[in-house]
Design a protein around this ligand. Structure first.
Ligand SMILES: [Zn+2]
Length: 114
């Protein structure tokens, strides 16, 4: 891969990482604000509240997983193994990395697992 392209993907990964960290920060802020409202609103719909909490937990879990994948990809760039499929050791398609910059498997291996 060209150095320029690699740098581009690295920046993309860093942007994604920042987005997630910002999301998590604003989620936490929202949660704090909600807690304050909840303590005053006695007629708060409990069912909706539970649904909200589940949604938030799922989102955070997905964010967390994605964050780990992004960090792994950034480490792989540092190691010089970014383009190497972690399953078969062949090169990951550039097209695939452009679409999914945190991919660690080639298209064939990713398909096999699904
Ligand atoms: Zn592979």
């Amino acid at each position: 891969m060209e150095k320029k392209k690699l740098k581009e993907l690295q920046n993309k990964l860093l942007d994604m990482k920042n987005d997630i960290l910002e999301d998590v920060a604003s989620e936490n802020k929202r949660f704090e604000e909600e807690k304050e409202v909840e303590s005053y609103a006695e007629e708060y719909d409990l069912a909706n509240s539970i649904l909200e909490n589940n949604l938030r937990e799922n989102l955070e879990e997905n964010d967390y997983k994605l964050l780990k994948q992004i960090e792994k990809a950034l480490n792989r760039i540092d190691d010089g193994t970014y383009e190497v499929c972690e399953v078969c050791g062949k090169e990951i398609e550039l097209e695939r990395l452009t679409m999914i910059p945190y991919a660690t498997k080639c298209a064939r291996c990713a398909k096999k697992k699904e």
